[in-house]
Write a protein that binds this ligand. Structure first.
Ligand SMILES: *Cc1c(COP(=O)(O)O)cnc(C)c1O
Length: 398
């Protein structure tokens, strides 16, 4: 049994950082499977089942033989329903030809980056960032330029910070509002100021709006492409079904862009995934068409998330040494733990070991001194987990 000495794998394979959020989640799940009583704040997905009418529609499609390849950018009815959704939700008038359905919002973002960026181009990535952006930019041969906005500015980039990061190589700016990992939602005025910088330097903008419907406290989402005709021309809007409809495992994302860009994205997809799963697209169609049923499930989920958001925030801010912005979107809070003098990685490792509480270190998101806590979990876990976190913090300060 001799094994050949193989040549090294590609630079892509060697340089990729595997998703740290999925890794922490997997570690917490493994501890639980081993019988440990873990309070996990690591979840990156809603803890609700997919609404029944959506499952029924996909099951019916499967039974009806919708099991073959379809058009690369998605089934025509779904692209039409997505165009109608943007009109209904934001007054954003797009043609079905501007819509591409992909296997997941993550893949939509990757396709957008691949469509815009050539090797050597620079991409401005606001930090704290979603872990996948810098890696996807690198996979396109481009260079991610992280620009940090701390809790001092509510985790929002000021236009002059973006301006200072622009070089002659800058091609793309990524915006993610509501944000993973902070939950922060930019106001329309703030986004207008950001878009002015993009227009001045002729940048494309990838607006990842996957959490557009998970917003609390009466705040309204903004679809970046609706700010102006100029914004519509330079913005690629990524979204999808994973978060709003609790459909993470279905793998269905969307991208809406000016027709020539959407065409380029579809051509890339034709060589990478061909299509999104056919019968799954019929489930998505029901999510958008059976609006009353969908609205009822979404409202139930939003009420639970909002209650847990306030519960977790109240708990965190009652712990001496922790400060936390009360953000209004997604299902994350991003507390500041810098007063304890540990790296966020060390803090998380010890917290899991000592108190069996799982959280993701801020360093994974390009922001040292913070934790990401997901409240896509039960009120009981939140209460129990916060009590354990308080114990842990008290011991650190002692
Ligand atoms: C969850 C998520 C996505 C998309 O997830 P998919 O499961 O691929 O649809 C995209 N962007 C952010 C910031 C997310 O948190």
């Amino acid at each position: 049994m001799s094994s050949a000495t193989l040549r090294p794998l590609s630079s892509w394979a060697q340089n990729i950082s595997p998703s740290p959020t999925l890794a922490v989640d997997a570690k917490a799940k493994a501890l639980m499977a081993a019988g440990e009583d873990v309070c996990s704040f690591a979840a990156g997905e809603p803890d609700f089942d997919t609404p029944q009418h959506i499952k029924d529609a996909a099951a019916a499609a499967l039974q009806a033989g919708k099991t073959k390849y379809v058009a690369t950018p998605g089934i025509e009815d779904l692209r039409k329903a997505i165009a109608e959704y943007y009109d209904r939700s934001y007054g954003h008038k797009v043609a079905p030809s501007q819509v591409v359905v992909s296997p997941g919002g993550k893949f939509s973002c990757y396709l957008a980056i691949m469509a815009v960026c050539s090797p050597g181009d620079e991409v401005i990535v606001p930090a704290p960032y979603w872990v996948s952006y810098p890696e996807m930019v690198k996979l396109a041969g481009a260079v991610p330029k992280a620009v940090l906005a701390t809790d001092a500015t509510g985790f929002k980039l000021r236009p002059d910070q973006i301006e200072a990061a622009v070089t002659s190589r800058t091609k793309l700016l990524i915006i993610n509002s509501p944000s993973n990992p902070t939950g922060v939602v930019y106001s329309r005025q703030e986004l207008e100021a950001v878009m002015a910088v993009a227009a001045k330097h002729n940048l494309y903008v990838l607006s990842d709006e996957i959490y557009e419907n998970l917003i609390y406290g009466g705040v309204a989402p903004t679809c970046l492409a609706t700010l102006s005709a100029d914004a519509a021309a330079r913005t690629l809007v990524a979204s999808g079904f994973s978060k709003t409809y609790s459909m993470t495992g279905w793998r269905l994302g969307t991208l809406v862009a000016p027709a020539p860009i959407a065409k380029a994205v579809a051509e890339l997809q034709s060589q990478m995934s061909s299509t999104a799963t056919t019968f799954a697209q019929y489930g998505a169609l029901a999510a958008l068409r059976e609006t009353e049923k969908t609205k009822a499930s979404l409202e139930k989920m939003l009420a639970a998330f909002d209650r847990r958001r306030l519960l977790l925030h109240r708990g965190l801010t009652s712990i001496p040494g922790i400060a936390c912005v009360l953000s209004q979107g997604a299902f994350y809070l991003f507390p500041n733990i810098s007063s304890f003098g540990l790296s966020s990685m060390e803090f998380c490792e010890r917290l899991l070991e000592k108190e069996k509480v799982a959280a993701v270190p801020g360093s994974a998101f390009g922001a040292e001194g913070y934790l990401r806590l997901s409240y896509a979990t039960s009120d009981e876990i939140i209460s129990k987990g916060v009590a354990r976190l308080a114990n842990f913090c008290r011991a650190l300060k002692a």
